[in-house]
Ligand binder design. Structure first.
Ligand SMILES: [Zn+2]
Ligand SMILES: [Zn+2]
Length: 152
């Protein structure tokens, strides 16, 4: 009579995903040289970037319509995004940075900055960025005396 032999111990398959090696650099990189960026500014999107964004938005809307209960009213979508609604961020390292004044402006889509030939300026005429109206502080109102705590 054979002795009961335990089933051979099989090593569990090594199905752990390989540990992703951390990238040597994280965050945005300089558009000119590819090292870690320290500054950025905005520019208008190019035509192809606008087309791409509109295509993504159309796809999203198609998905929404697909998932919408037909009993419910059709969702209303606004106009597709245009260049006026979008900006793109340009990153640069310290040695490829344009001036602070230029970086505060919104550059044209064809702006080639940071381009060594034009630094620390750029080859476009940037526009003033959309202004957000300054938020007015609420008017100061005196609290009743018996609500004021602390040192008088
Ligand atoms: Zn650089
Ligand atoms: Zn520019």
């Amino acid at each position: 009579m054979d002795a009961l032999t335990p089933p051979p111990i099989t090593e569990p398959p090594d199905d752990q995903p390989p540990v992703a090696t951390a990238p040597t650099q994280s965050g945005p990189l300089c558009k000119a040289c590819g090292i870690a960026a320290v500054v950025h500014w905005l520019r208008r999107p190019t035509d192809s970037e606008v087309t791409e964004a509109a295509a993504v938005e159309k796809e999203r809307r198609a998905q929404v319509l697909l998932l919408t209960d037909p009993q419910l009213p059709r969702p209303e979508f606004g106009p597709l995004p245009t260049a006026a609604d979008m900006t793109r961020t340009v990153y640069a390292c310290a040695s490829h940075a344009i001036t602070l004044e230029a970086a505060a402006l919104l550059h044209q889509s064809r702006c080639t900055a940071p381009n060594e030939a034009d630094l620390p300026a750029c080859d476009c005429t940037p526009e003033a960025p959309p202004q957000t109206p300054p938020t007015e502080p609420p008017p100061a109102r005196a609290l009743p005396a018996h609500w004021v705590t602390g040192d008088a």
